[in-house]
Design a protein. Structure first.
Length: 117
């Protein structure tokens, strides 16, 4: 049962990563890292496909070995946080309008502390 749960979690994460490749505000690589984590416990064959992927594999390997995020990935995350904060102020009412800003500041601060790959 646990193996099936990890396999399902990996599939859902992979689906979200695929959607994130198309939608600008949904991240791709964090969902791929989560999918690789789940697949390591649910399907080693699928994990190997992700880790050996020419485009996404290096991001997963950098995260696993050093907790590193690429400079391009960091920049994309900071831009997404900023856009979300602006959209929050424009589209939401007080006090909900500050929520994207607060989440963005916390997320950006954490990402800034990660090593760059």
């Amino acid at each position: 049962m646990t193996r099936l749960a990890y396999l399902l979690g990996g599939m859902i994460s992979l689906l979200l990563a695929t959607v994130g490749a198309v939608l600008p505000l949904l991240p791709t690589v964090p969902f791929l890292i989560l999918a690789a984590f789940c697949f390591a416990r649910g399907s080693p064959r699928l994990e190997a496909l992700l880790v050996q992927h020419p485009r996404f594999g290096p991001h997963i390997q950098a995260w696993r070995s050093r907790g590193a995020i690429s400079r391009k990935g960091k920049r994309a995350a900071f831009i997404a946080f900023a856009l979300s904060a602006v959209l929050g102020f424009v589209l939401l009412t007080w006090p909900w309008s500050v929520l994207p800003l607060v989440v963005g500041i916390i997320g950006a601060a954490w990402i800034a502390t990660r090593p760059s790959s």
